[in-house]
Ligand binder design. Structure first.
Ligand SMILES: [Fe+2]
Length: 153
């Protein structure tokens, strides 16, 4: 898992710098090239025996629970568990940090987004657990709110 996480975007070495470092939004054609980084990772890592067990994250970290991800459009538990966990970590990290093309979101906004993507982008069974670790204060506040709403009914 650690090796896979460290190597998750290794396939980007096959993507031109003009796309990787482009300050503005990518065109559809550029996105198509960018999406190849997972397949490049597979091609790069699979011949290396000791890295083969680490391939799930580099190859599958852009798959989505609902089957709309890439490169293979896997859905649900077809997506290796390590990649489902890593997808949460990767998106959370991307949202709460500045990117060349956008400022960091607040933790509250990122929390909300991850919740909205439960069962769409992310494994619904992992979202609550992930958020309880990544943002325990927000998860507890959300729990209290739900409990309060239940009592009010
Ligand atoms: Fe990636």
């Amino acid at each position: 898992m650690w090796r896979g996480a460290m190597l998750h975007d290794i396939g980007k070495i096959g993507v031109p710098d003009s796309i990787l470092h482009k300050p503005g939004p990518l065109t559809e054609e550029e996105w198509e090239i960018m999406r190849c980084h997972t397949t490049y990772a597979y091609e790069l890592l699979s011949p290396i025996a000791y890295l083969r067990p680490a391939i799930d994250i580099p190859y599958c970290h852009h798959e989505k629970w609902d089957g709309t991800g890439y490169p293979r459009g896997l859905r649900g538990e077809q997506i290796p568990l390590a990649a489902r966990i890593f997808a949460l970590v990767d998106v959370w990290d991307a949202l709460i940090n500045d990117r060349p093309y956008r400022k960091a979101w607040s933790r509250e906004q990122a929390y909300q987004y991850i919740c909205e993507q439960k069962g769409k982008h992310f494994d619904p069974n992992l979202v609550d657990l992930f958020l309880s670790i990544a943002a325990p204060d927000l998860a507890k506040a959300a729990e209290r709110q739900v409990a309060g709403e239940d009592e009010a009914q």
